[in-house]
Design a protein around this ligand. Structure first.
Ligand code: ASP
Length: 341
């Protein structure tokens, strides 16, 4: 029997890359998530040679990523876990909206053991635009996934390759809307060839939070939602009422996007103190566009009294805290199984 060929799997989730506008010149106000992944691929016969093998595709969702839901993420986690376990599949490409791309990339990196290239790609202009950027981004993503190169979760856009733990959306309109936090891209794609700019040893390790056993993944996938974590920004004239209402409503985690070195308006301090005592988990981030907060007990840094500093930009820090809380719940649920009756 003939050996089945290796292949790439392309998973469609929607976004502007699959968007449709009323006219070719319309770059905003279009409908994201309209055109199926099959049709996107049909328009790009060159993908076959870039893939260096077979291409398989699956339409997982058709959403504007601003509306990303746990049910889409759950489907994506399941599909990626299956593809990672399938020895015939050598790489994965996910088409996705840019709005929450960094969150999805970070989720996948954190939960899955990604021992193949898993590449997310996107577009800033709808598929119907006169000079759409999606087709080139899709070609570049396929080239990276087929390169047999570095494993892990990567994001490809505007010829650049960003790591999941560093990618940020920094512009609402221009084509180069994504960038790597503190530093440049990890690689560039030129005419289908990947040129790495960062040596492999300095690429961020594919650290994942989630244990690699099936029971843990099954637990995560059985959840109806991830634990509730919100984001609050500290600013001039801050008032405590919004935070009080969130705590009252059962909030479990908070990413507090503080001023400067993660400092917090004094008007928020008393409610934060009470919330911490009641078990609210707090991660302190900074609203500065560059840099992570530096650990130091300082007046006004709520972290001085037990809140941890975020180690990622705030969108990734929020997902990390959700997963941490879910993992603790999983630990508690397995502990209860082992309790003597
Ligand atoms: N709203 C779109 C989305 O995130 C934006 C985009 O894809 O660029 O799905």
């Amino acid at each position: 029997m003939q050996e089945s060929k290796t292949r790439l799997l392309i998973l469609g989730t929607g976004g502007t890359i699959a968007g449709r506008a009323a006219s070719r010149s319309q770059g905003v106000g279009y409908q994201a998530g309209e055109i199926g992944v099959e049709m996107l691929l049909d328009g790009l016969p060159e993908l076959r040679s870039l893939a260096r093998g077979e291409l398989a595709m699956q339409q997982l969702a058709q959403v504007d990523s601003k509306d990303m839901s746990w049910s889409v993420w759950r489907g994506l986690l399941q599909a990626c876990a299956r593809a990672l376990a399938d020895p015939r599949i050598k790489g994965l490409v996910i088409t996705h909206g840019t709005d929450t791309l960094e969150e999805t990339a970070w989720l996948l990196q954190h939960v899955l053991a990604v021992h193949k290239p898993l590449v997310l790609t996107c577009a800033m202009r709808p598929a119907t635009a006169l000079l759409a950027d999606g087709p080139q981004n899709l070609c570049d993503a396929v080239a990276l996934a087929a390169s047999g190169g570095r494993c892990g979760v990567w994001v490809v856009a505007a010829s650049e390759v960003h790591a999941a733990q560093q990618v940020q959306k920094v512009h609402p309109y221009r084509l180069t809307a994504l960038r790597s936090f503190e530093g440049g891209p990890h690689a560039v794609i030129e005419e289908g060839a990947v040129r790495w700019l960062v040596p492999a040893a300095e690429s961020p390790p594919a650290q994942s939070l989630w244990p690699k056993d099936q029971a843990a993944l099954d637990y995560l996938l059985s959840l109806d939602d991830l634990p509730w974590v919100e984001v609050l920004v500290s600013a001039a004239l801050a008032r405590p009422q919004a935070l009080e209402a969130l705590i009252q409503a059962g909030l479990r985690g908070l990413v507090l996007v503080g001023t400067g070195n993660a400092t917090v308006h004094q008007a928020l301090e008393p409610v934060l103190q009470r919330a911490r005592e009641k078990g609210l988990r707090i991660r302190l981030a900074t609203r500065c566009l560059e840099g992570l907060p530096v650990a130091q007990e300082q007046p006004g840094q709520a972290g001085a009294e037990g809140a941890e500093l975020a180690r990622q930009p705030w969108p990734q820090a929020r997902i990390a805290l959700m997963l941490e809380l879910a993992l603790e719940d999983f630990g508690r649920s397995t502990d209860s199984l082992h309790q003597p009756a």
